[in-house]
Design a protein around this ligand. Structure first.
Ligand SMILES: NC(=O)c1ccc[n+]([C@@H]2O[C@H](COP(=O)([O-])OP(=O)(O)OC[C@H]3O[C@@H](n4cnc5c(N)ncnc54)[C@H](OP(=O)(O)O)[C@@H]3O)[C@@H](O)[C@H]2O)c1
Length: 280
């Protein structure tokens, strides 16, 4: 098998949706793929292995330092190297900002932002020593255009944009490439796994919150499958100098990213209020 296809990959959140599609797609092309899930081995200790087709699954929770260190250590001790890391593990919390507790906000950022940050810190020493590596963060179009009633989700993805942009500058001298993929709505488990803030149903925002939430769910469940993101990932890790950002998803959502750059904010805001049924 060609050297190209023997590269070692770690995909966080590989039990479902985008992570599962990315892990199996790369494994199908001969990469040596490790995936993580919190429940992959039924509560067994971190670093325990099970098989998911040709993907080796390891238990890890990206919100825990020790768990992340253990899983990265496990891959490195087996393979002696780590070429590609996909920071994909994530979840969504929805609710009006006014009724979001500090704990709920922290929980959201703990997974989507600090989780990716933790993994970056854990893999960078090995990638620096190798003098090569790809870190691919799964952001969101919601990290470019904020989604109503998903402020903490958007904040976590905006933060990931900043981390990716800076990390790219810092590690390029060591041969490490950093990329952020910004998916629009795709059909995955994210919709079903979305958590609502505890006070979300009991307040004056109820009507527009429900309208916005229903629109988001329709867009996700009516969206494309995650396989196209996996194919994009494959193209990215085969480029010597990939771009910082890749936006992928339904045409209207990709167009909105461009319009945000070109149009006054008032125009986009009007479109968002109308689209999500927010009133005002
Ligand atoms: N679907 C979309 O429309 C969309 C759009 C833009 C961006 N994204 C992003 O894509 C990524 C993947 O989401 P998805 O849509 O594929 O959703 P999904 O089907 O719900 O998959 C989420 C994955 O993340 C893992 N995960 C969740 N919390 C975790 C934690 N604390 N530690 C470790 N793993 C954890 C889950 O694994 P376990 O539960 O087994 O641990 C699962 O494998 C997320 O970062 C999401 O924000 C999705």
């Amino acid at each position: 098998m060609e050297r190209e296809n023997q590269r070692v990959v770690l995909v966080t959140g590989a039990s479902s949706g985008i992570g599962l599609a990315c892990a199996t797609h790369l494994a199908g092309r001969g990469f040596r793929v490790y995936g993580t899930s919190r429940r992959g081995t039924g509560g067994a200790p971190p670093g325990t292995m099970t098989g998911l087709g040709s993907v080796t699954m390891l238990t890890a929770d990206v919100t825990e330092d020790h768990s992340v260190e253990q899983v990265v250590g496990s891959v490195l001790s087996r393979e002696g190297r780590l070429d590609i890391v996909v920071n994909n593990a994530g979840m969504a919390i929805a609710g009006p900002i006014e009724n979001t507790s500090i704990e709920e906000a922290k929980r959201q950022l703990e997974v989507n932002f600090f989780g990716a940050f933790r993994v970056c810190r854990a893999v960078l020493p090995a990638m620096r020593r190798q003098g090569s590596g790809y870190i691919v963060n799964i952001g969101s179009i919601g990290g470019v255009i904020a989604i109503p009633y998903q402020a903490m989700y958007s904040a976590s993805k905006f933060a990931l944009e900043g981390l990716s942009e800076t990390l790219r500058l810092e590690v390029r001298p060591f041969g490490i490439r950093v990329v952020i993929i910004e998916p629009g709505d795709h059909k995955t488990g994210l919709t079903q796994n979305r958590q609502l803030t505890e006070m979300s149903g009991t307040d004056v925002y109820q009507e527009s919150f429900q309208a916005a939430l229903a629109q988001t769910a329709r867009d996700e469940q009516g969206g494309p499958g995650p396989e196209q993101i996996a194919r994009l990932l494959y193209r990215i890790v085969n480029k010597r100098n990939p771009r910082l950002r890749y936006t992928i998803g339904p045409g209207a959502q990709r167009a909105a990213v461009w319009l945000k750059r070109l149009l006054p904010n008032s125009v986009l805001e009007h479109g968002m209020r109308t689209y999500y049924g927010l009133g005002g």
